[in-house]
Design a protein around this ligand. Sequence first.
Ligand code: 2HG
Ligand code: ZN
Length: 475
Amino acid sequence: MNARPTPSAEALDRLRAIVGPQGFLDQAGDVEPFLTDHRKLYRGATPLVLRPDSTDQVAAILRLCNESGIGVVPVGGNTSYCGGATPSADGSQIVISLSRMRRVRAVDPLNYTMVVEAGCVLAQAQAAASEVGRLFPLSLGSEGSCQIGGNLSTNAGGTAVLRYGMMRDLVLGLEVVLPDGRILDSLSSLRKDNTGYDLRDLFIGAEGTLGIITAAVCKLFSRPASILTAILAIPEPAAAVKLLSRLRVASCDCVSTFELMPRLALDMVLKNISDTTDPFDTRYNWYVLLEIGSGGYDTGLHESIEAELSKAMDEGLIANAALASSDAQREKFWRLRESIPEGQRREGASIKHDISVSSSELPRFIVEGSDAIQQIAPEARIVAYGHLGDGNLHFNASQPTQGDAASFEALAPRINRAVHDLVARYGGSFSAEHGIGQLKRGELQRYKNPVALSVMKSIKHALDPKGIMNPGKVL
Ligand code: 2HG
Ligand code: ZN
């Protein structure tokens, strides 16, 4: 990335004038929350945070920044794991927060679509769908603060991908402001439109490097009539993989959540997070959080799945099962899973890997990956958990109980290399869910197919020749 001068006072005044007095922050205390990322891995600086309240304002801002060569960092709920929304430390970039653009513009339950603005918080989008008896199924631990624009820009995943797909699969049309200020209005609610290149998909997962998504047409779904939630104790991950395929058959692909959790993760949650209880009296090595939604009518989902579970128990695929019998219990089960990142954070330094391989190969990967880490850090505590049904695990390593954070963190480059090289041998991904941001740029250069990388660079150059959009991220 070329060094850029800090924006001139005149340019900053013109930017302030575009959004008016309610639309910017420039005092140290006010811009502070925008200078660090969720994991506190980065610290940046900025002279100005703009808070536009319309697409036209976003367009005017980008037009001016493009003319003046000012770098622009779009930010949603600032829950990125890879520093994708943190400005550089030299103070040359301005930040654009979409949080004032949070309207639900339209909901069409008969077309199963709704149009929401980028700054709409995910939980509000879910509520808007629910109000008309529909489901917007994207579901994340940070859903109370992350925003639709960030979900799109990072192609968010979460805990219902197995049934409904990632954010890319949950959207039809987009409204995007291009780096030169032109508005690409593709807010189409059509499910079929076979008219040339799919421009929409360029902006999803681009992490704000190709333009700013200002609104989207989201796909809605029918709400299941009943939901079965359970925690299963399983002997080993290979049993979980077999069990999942059995449950997919039994429910005709209605399994929405199938999250693997090792005992160590549960221990960290039970120790560090209030209001959590072990679902069983006995300790087991591995657990699965399972959720299956029925069809629109409750056609005996519970009975048929319970029968399948007890068959699996007879065959040794399950060691024990606890089925939620109330909403409160369902929430308790979910709390165990959703609290793992925080439970692990409280155990000190963690070296995180957000990997994916074929689900069928995950059990072998866990054994080989654990071995690879322990050859470098024999006392590291491996917390391999997450979205088994998607082949995506958070293959994290916590610092040893006896030992200091700094000397463990110093091993990160070697551990990352060992894990990501292994992932590459499996034909997997070193970033299945959390994107690239600034954290994984080096890994992208190392592991991405070179032809794919060169096409990505061509696209970036074609859309953003001056490189103003989120400089220093992704490429
Ligand atoms: C999750 O699945 C998140 O809980 C966070 O993607 C993963 O903290 C992590 O490593
Ligand atoms: Zn995850």
